[in-house]
Design a protein around this ligand. Structure first.
Ligand SMILES: Cc1cc2nc3c(=O)[nH]c(=O)nc-3n(C[C@H](O)[C@H](O)[C@H](O)COP(=O)(O)OP(=O)(O)OC[C@H]3O[C@@H](n4cnc5c(N)ncnc54)[C@H](O)[C@@H]3O)c2cc1C
Length: 454
């Protein structure tokens, strides 16, 4: 039987996607008295921020941290009654160079960092301060990342630090990126530095990880009468003559008054035949980077750092994230949790490689970096893959961003491509989810259709 729109007279909103965006939107819509159904293709909710059973413990499938500056995310945590579970820790940052592993976690350590000359360090410090004071990065979309970094930080710094970092982070796509990408990364990381404590970094996490956040979100959504449908991919989205929206699924149609799509743009463009050519072109213009991520559960620690950046460009992963240098070992039953991400284009042959092939490539370089790491230190290993993760911040990115209004009445898009002036993160997605909620509530109050552009 089709799901009914507006049963009991309340506006019924369908949300495609049960990641943080879809669930945060559902939570705030329900709090405002709107009826909500979330439809998620995968059996487990959480999307890219979901959790995983690593054996002795559960933790985030991919690494996540909370920044002190993440206001909308912290408000959500507070609204879920989880503020008491938020833990803050001083974390260390490492740099791996051919000559070894260095801590660059305070101003003093930066001064001792051997990779750059004193003059290069001075320019680097000035460059970071300058970048962190730019309030809006949109003008930087007109400049290529290479040109801007060389101009602001100097050739030496660019060649020794930024070029290998960019290669690690963006691979072959780095030539296409604009300066806004690196500006946003600097601004976000700088915002979490404690100026009163020698520029030390302070990061946070919720006890129990995103599993605790999603568990509470699910409880709250269900308590307020929201419906969560998992393991059901939406195959098509159609508008009805009465202005409502239908999700077509293998289980039959689901009818709503309004709907929000939170999937990646490339998925959205194939789902809605009524979208205008202009809108579809915008959806398809965004290029995504995917990720192949090896996760290791170790009996010992690898480094003292949360993130180790790589300044050699021959390593097949983007960095080393030692989660247990942020979270307490109580979370992992005393095990050490390491993520080795590799950001690549969705068409990269690494996506076709077997787990064994990926591991053998990563292991070769990991053993070079950490010669004392023994096979017996590795308790478990996992390889995860996602093709549509990070929208590539190309030149003039704002011009290709699809607006929330899709042009189809009562159908909104709220996804990661709409992050402008920041990096991919949950804080931005909660902000975008709340913008979609505000639009629905405002239009519902005025009795107007949403989604149609004039
Ligand atoms: C390696 C990595 C590290 C990260 N680190 C951080 C960090 O430190 N801090 C931070 O804040 N953020 C971090 N992020 C980013 C964060 O995970 C994302 O911002 C966030 O998960 C995006 O959520 P979303 O709901 O917008 O999208 P998604 O999580 O992609 O959710 C979209 C959902 O739509 C579903 N879907 C797609 N198609 C259909 C369909 N046809 N029918 C039904 N459902 C469908 C998908 O299955 C998915 O569950 C990281 C991400 C990765 C991958």
């Amino acid at each position: 039987m089709p799901e009914a729109a507006s049963s009991n007279g309340r506006t019924h909103v369908g949300i495609l996607g049960g990641g943080i965006t879809g669930l945060a939107a559902a939570f705030y819509l329900l709090r405002a008295g709107v009826q909500v159904t979330v439809v998620e293709a995968r059996p487990q909710l959480g999307g890219l921020a979901t959790y995983f059973d690593f054996g002795p413990f559960h933790w985030d499938k991919y690494y996540h941290c909370v920044l002190t500056s993440d206001r909308p995310l912290q408000t959500l945590i507070e609204d879920l009654g989880l503020s008491e579970e938020l833990r803050w820790r001083e974390t260390k940052v490492g740099f791996y160079a051919k000559s070894g592993l260095y801590s660059v976690s305070s101003s003093l350590e930066f001064l001792r960092f051997p990779l750059l000359s004193l003059w290069e360090k001075f320019r680097f410090g000035l460059g970071i301060i300058y970048a962190s004071r730019i309030p809006d990065g949109r003008d930087l979309e007109k400049v290529s990342v290479t040109e801007w970094l060389t101009r602001i930080f100097g050739k030496g710094c660019y060649q020794k630090m930024w070029a290998p970092l960019l290669k690690c982070k963006l691979g072959s796509c780095r030539e296409e990126a604009s300066a806004a990408f690196i500006w946003a990364t600097i601004a976000r990381l700088y915002s979490t530095r404690d100026r009163d404590a020698g520029q030390k970094e302070r990061l946070g996490y919720v006890r129990g990880g995103y599993r605790a956040v999603f568990t509470r979100l699910i409880e709250e959504i269900e308590r307020m009468g929201g419906k969560l449908v998992t393991g059901v991919p939406v195959e098509r989205i159609e508008s009805r003559p009465d202005g409502g929206i239908d999700f077509v699924t293998a289980n039959g149609p689901m009818s709503f008054d309004r709907a929000v799509v939170t999937s990646p743009s490339h998925v959205a463009s194939a789902l809605v035949p009524e979208l205008s050519r202009e809108y579809v072109n915008k959806l398809n213009a965004v290029k995504y980077l995917g990720i192949v991520c090896t996760v290791l559960v170790l009996k010992r620690s690898l480094t003292p750092f949360y993130v180790t950046n790589l300044t050699t460009d021959d390593v097949p992963f983007t960095g080393v994230i030692e989660m247990t240098n942020l979270i307490s070992l109580e979370e992992t039953g005393g095990r050490h949790l390491i993520y080795l991400p590799k950001y690549i284009a969705p068409g990269d042959p690494l996506f076709q490689a077997s787990d064994e092939e990926v591991w053998s490539l990563f292991q070769k370089h990991l053993s070079k970096m950490f010669p004392d790491l023994q096979e017996s230190d590795i308790e478990r290993k996992f390889i995860f893959r996602e093709k549509l993760v990070q929208p590539l911040p190309v030149m003039h990115y704002s011009d290709i961003v699809p607006p929330m209004e899709t042009g189809v009445p009562n159908l909104l898009l709220a996804n990661t491509t709409q992050i402008i002036n920041s990096t991919l993160n949950n804080n931005e997605m909660v902000k975008i989810a709340r913008q979609a909620v505000d639009r629905i509530l405002k239009n519902a109050a005025q009795g107007a259709a949403i989604g149609a552009r004039s």
